[in-house]
Design a protein around this ligand. Structure first.
Ligand SMILES: *[C@@H]1O[C@H](CO)[C@@H](O)[C@H](O)[C@H]1NC(C)=O
Ligand SMILES: *[C@@H]1O[C@H](CO)[C@@H](O)[C@H](O)[C@H]1NC(C)=O
Ligand SMILES: *[C@@H]1O[C@H](CO)[C@@H](O)[C@H](O)[C@H]1NC(C)=O
Ligand SMILES: *[C@@H]1O[C@H](CO)[C@@H](O)[C@H](O)[C@H]1NC(C)=O
Ligand SMILES: [Zn+2]
Length: 345
């Protein structure tokens, strides 16, 4: 019996993935979609049911563990899969959603970094990947959540390879990031929602991290986020704050959340799970269950909205990806003009 209230080393998570797939063949399948710099598999579990009409399904993306030390994130991805596996047969709404949607869950993207944090006490707070130091440096690792092709290298990053926010040598230079960009990019037209799970701070961040760009569906992103925060608070009374990164955390660039919205995925959020600073990335195991219960309620709230919009209400997804203000002039940007956006801001 797998203990979801403990943190697990990577080899146990890999074995758990195999076991979940083996026990639930009608719901779960797995895919290896990339390799880390040290050659390990980056794998996801796909959760979805056949629909009788055989119509094309939409996709929800959920990833965890892009920052190595944020152990509550992989714990959440495992919890999330367990909840769905345990309840879809009896929960009619969930079953309906799984007939219309496939949910792709990556429990750990930064596998090398995660393993490094388990190596010994002195490396427990490692954040980055384990890519080799660039010439003239002896500092390993890139901040994978600064390496995506989204206003790369502009704000909230460092070009010093020893810094925790080192953004790499070019957008997508890291194999872990390239793997996500290639896999998600290939099915962008199917993806309704991109959720990326981090800690800590109890925040729900929405696009964009760059202070000069805003999402055309900003108001809707805020209201869907706030509805999720209400659901999260109902579970254990915890406050989650909703906003863009510049509003409630700090400006940043190169994040997967911004990249997902920029390529045209209408809903994109970063969850910053518990806590608000007492334990930070060293969240005690006693808090895994409550943290995951509230985060599950929040994720399900967003997924339900995102599902109902096309499947119940019949609304078309948004196609514009950003409004940009340059020299006082506000422009609406569509995905065909992304190249312009990357150079203009
Ligand atoms: C990596 O994935 C491949 C399938 O693509 C599998 O055959 C192999 O055993 C996996 N490697 C490890 C170390 O799990
Ligand atoms: C901890 O792990 C790091 C990286 O593998 C290693 O350099 C260091 O010597 C280890 N420290 C201890 C106390 O084992
Ligand atoms: C949550 O936020 C509200 C409003 O900011 C505040 O009144 C309340 O004390 C907070 N609750 C907790 C548990 O932090
Ligand atoms: C669907 O339509 C109903 C009734 O107009 C509305 O209350 C609800 O917010 C809509 N839901 C979504 C996800 O658009
Ligand atoms: Zn993080």
């Amino acid at each position: 019996k797998y203990d979801y209230t403990k943190y697990h080393p990577m080899e146990e998570i890999y074995r758990w993935m195999e076991e979940v797939e083996r026990r639930n063949p009608e719901l779960v399948s797995s895919t290896v979609y990339g390799h880390t710099i040290e050659g390990r598999n980056i794998s996801l579990l796909k959760l979805g049911l056949e629909n009788s009409e055989g119509k094309e399904k939409k996709v929800i993306w959920v990833d965890c563990g892009i920052h190595a030390r944020e152990w509550i994130a992989p714990a959440f991805c495992q919890w999330f899969v367990k909840e769905i596996v345990d309840s879809y047969k009896t929960n009619k709404k969930l079953k309906e959603m799984l007939q219309n949607l496939d949910i792709y869950v990556t429990p750990v993207i930064n596998v090398d970094g995660y393993i490094f944090t388990w190596a010994n006490e002195s490396t427990r707070l490692w954040r980055k990947s384990r890519s080799l130091p660039p010439g003239g440096s002896d500092c390993y690792g890139v901040d994978l959540n600064r390496n995506f092709n989204a206003n790369w290298g502009t704000v909230g990053v460092s070009f010093d390879s020893c810094a925790n926010t080192y953004c790499g040598t070019s957008p997508g230079s890291e194999p872990e990031v390239k793997a996500v960009m290639d896999f998600v990019g290939r099915m962008v037209d199917q993806i309704l929602c991109f959720l990326t799970i981090h800690s800590a701070g109890q925040l729900l961040l929405l696009p964009y991290g760059h202070p000069h760009i805003s999402a055309p569906n900003y108001d809707e992103l805020v209201s869907v986020g706030q509805a999720a925060a209400v659901e999260m608070k109902k579970v254990h009374g915890m406050n989650y704050t909703v906003g863009t990164s510049p509003q409630i955390l700090y400006p940043n660039s190169g994040s997967s959340r911004d990249w997902a919205r920029l390529i045209g995925i209408p809903f994109s959020y970063t969850f910053e799970l518990r806590d608000k600073g007492e334990f930070g990335h060293l969240l005690p195991e006693e808090q895994i269950q409550p943290a995951c219960e509230e985060a599950y309620a929040g994720a399900l709230s967003i997924i339900t909205y995102v599902h109902d919009k096309p499947f119940t209400n019949g609304s078309l997804p948004d196609t514009a990806v950003a409004t940009v203000t340059v020299s006082g002039v506000t422009m609406m940007i569509w995905s065909t003009l992304i190249a312009v956006l990357h150079t203009a801001v």
